[in-house]
Design a protein around this ligand. Structure first.
Ligand code: HEC
Length: 102
């Protein structure tokens, strides 16, 4: 029984440690993003300019979009500047956070 419990614990916390993204950390580091990708009302400071909604978006999609901006595969000067300094871990964490929003 103890062994089973240990296995369960490892499965729960072990997978969290290894998980691609940590949403808690993502929330902290995506503070600047929310100025444009406004979370609560999905609004933007410049109403004439479309800023895509990130909350609830597919996690893998956000990861690939950010990597594409970072590498220049997707060209958009603002987002390239935003994503340019992010590490893979930052991207994973932020994506987990945005994907977790409803
Ligand atoms: C200055 C405003 C601004 C800031 C700050 C900003 N973004 Fe963006 N973001 C945009 C705009 C505008 C687009 C649409 C770009 C395009 O058309 O490719 C975009 C696109 C995206 C996309 C692609 C969405 C899709 O549906 O394809 C992702 C993912 C993203 N941003 C994540 C982030 C993250 C993470 C941060 C913080 C590090 C951030 N953005 C900060 C304005 C901003």
């Amino acid at each position: 029984m103890k062994k089973l419990l240990l296995v369960l614990l490892l499965m729960t916390f072990g997978s969290q440690l290894l998980a691609a993204g940590n949403a808690e950390n993502g929330k902290l580091i995506s503070y600047t993003c929310t100025g444009c990708h406004g979370i609560k009302f999905y609004m933007n400071a410049y109403p004439s300019y479309h800023v895509p909604r990130l909350g609830g978006q597919n996690e893998a999609y956000i990861v690939s979009a950010l990597k594409a901006y970072r590498s220049g595969e997707r060209s958009h000067s603002t987002m390239k500047a935003q994503a340019g300094s992010l590490s893979d871990q930052d991207i994973a964490d932020m994506s987990a956070y945005f994907a977790s929003l409803k």
